[in-house]
Design a protein around this ligand. Structure first.
Ligand SMILES: Nc1ncnc2c1ncn2[C@@H]1O[C@H](COP(=O)(O)OP(=O)(O)O)[C@@H](O)[C@H]1O
Ligand SMILES: [Mg+2]
Length: 249
């Protein structure tokens, strides 16, 4: 269990619980030539379970770098990161990979489905990696997830045979494969037309209603304005943290 040193969060039953994400004094530097560049400058923030947060900011401001920190894709130079009560900055690569497979669903701008595998096999893959569900249940579960995102009839097609919007929905089904509590998207609508973006955002809202925590980097102000909370990053710092629910309460 995490020690709560800031405020005690409460869940829907009013019981205090640790935040989904707790980032403290995060600094990230990269070596560049002879010197180094500081891309994240002492960032601290918390995200509660069940929040839907968008992260906005200019290109190059550090959004992807920040996401890479709390998804364990890259490591901080300084600071502490707890996700779901686990100190991910203290895990080794093997532990991180296992943790990610069980606890995190990632959705990227370029979908990143494996091109040689059918949609259903792409969704089965994370279950095989995590060895989470009975082997014989995995295909059925994958089809169910594809059904949830409206793709059941395309289950046996290769990614190249379906549209970008459909590929992204398959990627969401894959992200849900191991039923992770946290879904993170890095510009997931960046390559979608507006109708496909809309469908994806609706899916995200549905997941939040089911109790997932959603964090999404987006360039789309329109989408960002619809999420209950928005963090703006500029030049490696949080310059705005707008929680609509807090404002209207
Ligand atoms: N591995 C790296 N080495 C050096 N600089 C990097 C590296 N990754 C990102 N950067 C730099 O960090 C800054 C923020 O990048 P990024 O987080 O990708 O921004 P955003 O996602 O907001 O567009 C950029 O100036 C980028 O060039
Ligand atoms: Mg980026």
């Amino acid at each position: 269990m995490a020690t709560l040193t800031q405020e005690a969060y409460t869940n829907s039953k009013g019981t205090p619980e640790e935040p989904m994400i707790d980032v403290r004094n995060l600094v990230k530097r990269f070596a560049v030539g002879e010197g180094e560049v500081t891309v994240l400058k002492n960032i601290s923030f918390q995200v509660n379970r069940g929040e839907f947060l968008s992260i906005v900011g200019p290109s190059g401001s550090g959004k992807s770098t920040l996401i890479n920190m709390f998804t364990g894709i890259d490591r901080p130079s300084e600071g502490e990161i707890e996700v779901g009560g686990t100190k991910i900055d203290e895990m080794n690569e093997g532990q991180l990979a296992r943790w990610r497979g069980q606890n995190l669903g990632l959705v990227f701008q370029f979908f990143q489905l494996l091109p040689a595998l059918s949609l259903v096999d792409n969704v089965i893959l994370p279950m095989d990696f995590a060895n989470k569900f009975e082997r014989k249940e995995r295909r059925e579960r994958a089809i169910e997830l594809l059904n949830t995102v409206g793709l059941a009839e395309h289950a046996d097609k290769l990614p190249s045979m379906v549209s970008g919007g459909q590929q992204q929905r398959a990627a969401i089904a894959r992200a849900l494969a191991n039923d992770p509590p946290l879904i993170v998207g890095d510009e997931p609508t960046g390559n979608l037309d507006s109708a496909s973006s809309e469908r994806m955002v609706e899916l995200f809202f549905q997941l939040v209603e089911e109790g997932k925590t959603l964090i999404m980097v987006t360039h789309d102000q329109e989408i960002a304005r619809r999420t209950p909370r928005m963090i703006e990053i500029a030049d490696g710092e949080i310059v705005r943290d707008e929680d609509i629910r807090r404002i209207t309460l």
